[in-house]
Design a protein around this ligand. Sequence first.
Ligand code: SAM
Length: 211
Amino acid sequence: MPLTFLRESLRDFKTTGAVAPSSPFLARAMAHCLPPARELPGDLRVLEVGPGTGAFTRALAQRMNGRGRLDLYEISPNFVEHLKEKIARQKGFASMRERIRVIRGDVRELPAKPVYDRIVSGLPLNNFTPGEVQGFLEHFRALLKPDGTLAYFEYLAIRELQTPFRRKQERERLRGIRDVVQAFQKRYQVKARVVPLNVPPAVVRYLKFDA
Ligand SMILES: C[S@@+](CC[C@H](N)C(=O)[O-])C[C@H]1O[C@@H](n2cnc3c(N)ncnc32)[C@H](O)[C@@H]1O
């Protein structure tokens, strides 16, 4: 499975944004935006964006444990095939198998209607332009119900570490992304959780847009 990821990362690093899947610790922190299974409403709708090889999907499936519905939106056809097979085969997905949909495509193509209670995003925000990052976050806001929550992660301090070593244009791009995400965090972040046990260490941010 790390090989599937590495292969995809060599094929398209802009969208993949990492060379290995996220750790189970980061996955659990992402899934923490859902209520525990015993309190989870039967009609809860969850969207996972960029599931890759399913690191977060497994943690979400465990947490949902036969309740609610989980849509996976993935741009890479190779990851889509990999996920479909894994979900059909592995025991960890058994309770959610009939409740998971794997959809191939760019999440920006999803009609902007407020249908989801939770969005869990694995997108590599640092690989896009500031305008694209703004577009993704606005789109997530439009897809969430009024009381919904977005969970996304960033690698700790990577943007800051990278900035001095990059060319001017690249530095400006990274600063632009920082400004966009900081504006959203300032306005909508309700909680953040640092996850040191990931390569590289990460921070999970939870945003509520009615806040
Ligand atoms: C950093 S990887 C995260 C994979 C996995 N969630 C993990 O943490 O191991 C980013 C994922 O986002 C997907 N992706 C990138 N842009 C996307 C888009 N516009 N719509 C849907 N998926 C996208 C990539 O194909 C990749 O699977």
